[in-house]
Design a protein around this ligand. Structure first.
Ligand code: AP5
Length: 214
């Protein structure tokens, strides 16, 4: 199963990718997670990316495309993968088309997470993430059993710095300007699947799996 997850910040891409990648034994490639790991390790890539991420801007296309090109050739992608948060500009989508052709990979679905702005803003304000295992929670909709503690590994939960309200507004603006045009880029493909992602998580996951199976 080879999928692209496309949608606004806070749409639930990471939440659903974690469930589906585990269920089908495929790789979850989150460009945001790869960048955050590089920021925390203070690598050259992380130092370069940090200022864009903190401002809610996109990291330059050439940096991201090179990162994905190398990740897609790792062994765990052979059985399948979910690209979560990539592509995010038309330039990235065109580069991905070329890359898939070069690597002889055919996509099974481009899943568009359709969610209104007000839902996204509420979800992001309540998001908490485990520092140790990366599990995603929400204080409104998916709270941990114990405040601030991960149910799965007991790790400490934190709030992403780019989930601060003013940065969220900028991320939404950037999404509309640069990423939303990808809906028309992919809409004409028979692999394009629009999912109402404002519903409960368990409903959304089954809707995605069912649509891809069909
Ligand atoms: P990235 O990490 O990719 O952030 P994003 O796309 O803005 O997406 P999010 O992770 O915020 O949201 P999500 O859709 O995964 O939602 P989640 O499942 O967590 O990127 C961060 C930054 O990195 C970018 O701003 C940019 O600077 C850079 N970057 C990354 N990729 C790039 C690229 N390709 N090019 C250039 N720059 C790039 O869910 C959100 C919350 O909602 C959670 O609390 C969750 O529990 C809750 N929730 C989820 N689903 C539901 C549901 N159905 N019902 C109720 N609550 C739900």
């Amino acid at each position: 199963m080879k999928l692209i997850f496309l949608g606004p910040p806070g749409a639930g891409k990471g939440t659903q990718a974690a469930v589906i990648s585990k269920r089908f034994g495929i790789a979850h490639i989150s460009t945001g997670d790869i960048l955050r790991e590089n920021v925390s390790k203070k690598t050259d890539l992380g130092i370069q990316a940090q200022k864009y991420m903190e401002a809610g801007q996109l990291v330059p296309d050439d940096v991201i495309v090179a990162m994905v090109e190398s990740r897609l050739q790792e062994k765990d992608c052979q059985e399948g993968f979910i690209l979560d948060g990539f592509p995010r500009t038309v330039v990235q989508a065109e580069a991905l088309d070329k890359l898939l052709e070069k690597l002889d990979i055919e996509l099974d679905g481009i899943i568009y997470f359709d969610v209104p702005d007000e839902v996204v803003v509420k979800r992001l304000s309540g998001r908490r993430i485990c520092k140790s295992c990366g599990a995603i929670y929400n204080i409104h909709s998916q709270p941990p059993k114990k405040d601030g503690v991960c149910d799965l590994c007991g790790g400490e939960l934190y709030q992403r710095s780019d989930d601060e309200e003013s940065v969220v507004m900028n991320r939404l603006k950037v999404y509309k300007e640069l990423t939303a045009p990808l809906i028309s880029y992919y809409e004409k493909s028979d692999k394009f699947i629009k999912v109402d992602a404002s519903r409960d998580s368990s409903v959304v996951v089954e809707a995605i799996v069912e649509a891809v199976r069909k």
